[in-house]
Design a protein around this ligand. Sequence first.
Ligand SMILES: [Zn+2]
Length: 82
Amino acid sequence: MTLKATGVCPKCGSDSIARVPGHQDETSIIVDWGGYFTSAPVARYVCCACGYVESYVESPEDLERIRRKFKLYTPQKETKTP
Ligand SMILES: [Zn+2]
């Protein structure tokens, strides 16, 4: 489970969690350079007990833009190369 879903840190079990809203800053994901700069803010959830951090793009529109801009990730199957 995730810290975001449960409100409890999956690493240490603390429920002392801070939500840090995402901003258009160096932590956001750039999705478009066309004409003006568009980026998807990344919100962070921080465990105030152990410092564990989870990051989320929270806007469905931003997620759709990221899906269009970036290739979807497919894990590579382990190939045995000599
Ligand atoms: Zn923790």
